[in-house]
Design a protein around this ligand. Structure first.
Ligand SMILES: Nc1nc2c(ncn2[C@@H]2O[C@H](COP(=O)(O)OP(=O)(O)OP(=O)(O)O)[C@@H](O)[C@H]2O)c(=O)[nH]1
Ligand SMILES: [Mg+2]
Length: 378
């Protein structure tokens, strides 16, 4: 007798599931198909991409960049790692930090001018060191210099520190795109005098196609300005020029305070939402560039309001590529710690609250990372 079987399809994209050819569409691990009674199944591709509650993504670098960093490691170089204080928490690349963890590292925490003047420098340096340690870099607050590398800033303290720490070894300036490497090198060149018989060159780093500025420090060592690490896990990767202008602060950010209760949702432009799922009433402080629209709504109609207002252009920034729920990742975060805490979204900003066993739900564009940590600005 004929037998009718249901053809199993991916719940997300509808493709017919198959276990034979991993490279072809619809592939699902045979073990999942055999051992499940689940009616809802995802092909491997959708399961990986439509993540829910997975660990936030870290950025990636090319093999060429890694081989340059391995050179630095092999020659026991000093690493000058520049971070943008406004948003650097999700910028570390595990392959890089694993390679340089045993080296002498100086952290330049740049763009101090974008954080409120009222926050204490000592606390900020400890915060940066703490985040670096989270990323496996063995640094203390004494390895962190806060600075604002605005045009023609005085970099003598940084240069002296580099000279003291490098012990006649090479120096590699590394950091994310836009963190301030070129600005640092420009100020450095203002007072630089060439003590060698070799020229400053801009050339491909040996064995790679990476363009590197190479400045002789003495007869045998150099300072290398390396290409910026491009961050594909930040909000910037989802925005056009106008959106980028809105999210990047140009002066010190000011906290905007909201009285928040269970069921309240903060719409962050048309690009992210943070919802208090469990927890009591309190004031939360939101730190985003002043061009970013912040709106508090109730959760019952948050999603509808969010997509409708974003489409009408009322929420800044917004993007046509972020038009529906499937364009977003969702994370549930239960806070165990007490005291002032932050939930941040890479490249966008953060919300500060008092930890009290709350549960938050955060929606960010797919592949844009979030973090949670002790408060950066109390
Ligand atoms: N507000 C502020 N802006 C800064 C500071 N330092 C750098 N900038 C700005 O940040 C942008 C990027 O600075 P760059 O020095 O070009 O950054 P970079 O690390 O060389 O970037 P890539 O070459 O792309 O890797 C520029 O528009 C700078 O003017 C700072 O301390 N404060
Ligand atoms: Mg540069």
């Amino acid at each position: 007798m004929s037998k009718l079987n249901i053809v199993r399809r991916c719940h997300n994209c509808g493709v017919i599931l198959q276990c034979e050819e991993p490279e072809k569409e619809g592939y699902i691990d045979p073990a999942i198909l055999e051992n499940t009674s689940a009616r809802v199944l995802f092909c491997n591709k959708c399961f990986d991409e439509s993540r829910y509650n997975f660990v936030p993504r870290t950025p990636k670098v090319s093999d060429e960049f890694l081989s340059m960093v391995q050179d630095a490691e092999a020659s026991d170089a000093l690493i000058v790692y520049i971070v943008d204080l406004f948003s650097f928490e999700n910028s570390f690349v595990p392959e890089i930090t694993e390679t340089i963890e045993g080296l002498n590292i100086l952290i330049i925490a740049n763009k101090r001018d974008l954080l409120p003047k009222s926050c204490k420098d000592e606390e900020l340096r400890e915060y940066v060191a703490h985040r670096c340690r989270n990323a496996r870099l063995k640094v203390t607050r004494d390895d962190v210099i806060l600075t604002s590398l605005t045009s023609l800033s005085d970099t003598s303290e940084i240069i002296e520190e580099i000279e003291k720490r490098r012990m006649r070894h090479d120096v590699y300036i590394i950091g994310a795109t836009g963190s301030g490497k070129t600005q640092l090198i420009s100020s450095f060149l203002h007072t630089y005098s060439n003590q060698s018989n070799r020229a400053i060159t801009s050339a491909n780093y040996p064995g790679t196609s990476l363009r590197v500025l190479q400045i002789p420090l003495d007869t045998s060592t150099y300072i290398y300005e390396t290409p910026g690490i491009s961050l594909d896990n930040t909000i910037g990767s989802k925005l056009d020029l106008e959106g980028l202008k809105a999210v990047n602060p140009t002066s010190a950010i000011k906290a905007r305070t909201f009285s928040f209760d269970k069921g309240d949702v903060l719409l962050i432009g048309g690009v992210a939402r943070i919802e208090l799922r469990e927890g009591g009433k309190q004031d939360i402080k939101a730190f985003f560039a002043h061009g970013v629209t912040l709106t508090k709504v109730r959760s019952s109609h948050a999603e509808d309001v969010f997509f409708r207002r974003a489409a009408s252009g009322a929420l800044v920034p917004s993007s046509r590529a972020l038009a529906g729920p499937s364009d977003f990742d969702a994370f549930d975060l239960t806070v165990e710690e007490t005291g002032p805490r932050d939930i941040g979204i890479a490249g966008l900003g953060w919300v500060c609250f008092m930890g009290d066993k709350q549960t938050w739900r955060i929606f960010t564009p797919k592949n844009v990372s979030i973090y949670t940590t002790r408060a950066k600005v109390k």
